[in-house]
Write a protein that binds this ligand. Structure first.
Ligand code: IDP
Ligand code: MG
Length: 154
C-alpha cells in the first residue's frame, strides 16, 4: 500500500471541479485518508516545488498555487502513486489523453488542475510537508477486500 499527495489546484477549486475530480479517485477504489482546503503560503509552495526552482515557469507556478485555496488530499491504495499519475494524465491538458483528469478538464500547461506525487520518495517528502501524522486516517474504511484480489492484500 502507498499513500500519495494529490493537490486540487486553485483552478480546480475556482472552477467548481472538486467533486468531479475527487470522484475519479474514489470510483477507482482509492481511499482518501486526508483532506484539507488551505491557502498556501509562498514558503510552503517553494518547498513543495523546490525541484523546479530556476525554471522559466517557476515564479508563475508559485504565484498560481498561492493565489487562491487548494484542496490537499492524501490518497491511499496499491501502487497509488503510479495509479494516480495515470488518472491525472500528461502535464499539459492539450496533450493529456481523454479519460484522464487533465485530458478531460483542461487545456493548459500551467493551469492543469491537479498535482500528484511522481514517485514513492516524492510522495513521502510531500506528505510530510502538507500533513501531520494525526491528519492521516489510514484505517478509516474497509473497502480493500472488495477492491483488490485477496492475494494482493497479504
Ligand atoms: P507534473 O505536475 O505533471 O508532475 P511538472 O513538470 O512536475 O509536472 O511541473 C510542475 C507544475 O508546473 C505543472 O503541474 C504545471 O502546473 C507547471 N508547469 C510545468 N511545466 C510548465 C510549463 O511549461 N509552463 C507552465 N507551467 C508549467
Ligand atoms: Mg511533478
Amino acid at each position: 500500500m502507498q499513500t500519495t499527495l494529490i493537490i486540487l489546484k486553485p483552478d480546480a477549486v475556482q472552477r467548481g471541479l472538486m467533486g468531479s475530480i475527487i470522484e475519479r479517485f474514489e470510483r477507482k477504489g482509492l481511499r482518501i485518508i486526508g483532506a484539507k482546503l488551505i491557502k498556501v503560503s509562498p514558503e510552503l509552495a517553494g518547498k513543495h516545488y523546490a525541484e523546479h526552482k530556476g525554471k522559466p515557469f517557476y515564479e508563475g507556478l508559485v504565484k498560481f498555487v498561492t493565489s487562491s485555496p487548494v484542496l490537499v488530499l492524501a490518497i491511499r491504495g496499491l501502487e497509488a502513486v503510479a495509479v494516480c499519475r495515470k488518472l491525472i494524465g500528461a502535464t499539459n491538458g492539450r496533450n493529456a489523453e481523454p479519460g484522464t483528469i487533465r485530458g478531460d478538464f483542461g487545456l493548459s500547461g500551467g493551469f492543469n488542475l491537479v498535482h500528484g506525487s511522481d514517485s514513492p520518495a516524492s510522495a513521502e517528502r510531500e506528505l510530510a510537508l502538507w500533513f501531520t501524522a494525526d491528519e492521516l486516517h489510514e484505517d478509516a474504511h474497509t473497502i480493500e477486500q472488495w477492491v483488490y484480489d485477496p492475494g494482493d492484500l497479504k
